[in-house]
Design a protein around this ligand. Structure first.
Ligand code: ZN
Ligand code: ZN
Length: 142
């Protein structure tokens, strides 16, 4: 499995390093995690990695397109390794839980603006806001 990550890194001309491999592994197993969670997951693997090193890895992987950074309004940035399929997110207003929603049109930009103002639009960022099943259940129980 590690060799898959090595191939991914090489494909975008990034050097293969243990922190980069550890971050990719963490994001494969945990979708939509914030930076602190990524640091904790990486440290379980590589205890001596610094916060800064993990920040740098996330920045490099995001820039290279191996990792996607999502930042719902009012929430901390989360990271995921499901990239390239233009999927959207549904966010719980109560607890901040995030889940994937497949792209409605199947390809970017997904939504076509009624008037693009002359811009060439390549992406529509869609966030569905609502209440997750756990929070709905909690509300009924109360
Ligand atoms: Zn919730
Ligand atoms: Zn996602």
């Amino acid at each position: 499995m590690a060799s898959d990550f090595e191939a991914q890194l090489r494909a975008v001309s990034l050097r293969v390093t243990r922190p980069r491999l550890a971050v990719l592994a963490a994001l494969r197993d945990h979708a939509h995690v914030d930076t602190d969670t990524v640091i904790a997951l990486v440290r379980a693997e590589l205890p001596r990695v610094s916060h800064q090193a993990v920040y740098d890895v996330l920045r490099a992987l995001t820039k290279a397109g191996l990792v996607r950074r999502i930042e719902p309004a009012g929430a901390t940035a989360r990271y995921e390794s499901r990239v390239g399929d233009n999927h959207h997110h549904v966010v719980c207003r109560s607890c901040g839980a995030i889940a994937d929603v497949d792209c409605a049109a199947g390809h970017a930009p997904c939504l076509t603006p009624s008037d693009d103002q002359g811009f060439t639009v390549d992406e529509a960022e869609v966030v569905y806001w609502g209440t997750c099943p756990d929070c709905v259940t909690g509300r009924i129980a109360r």
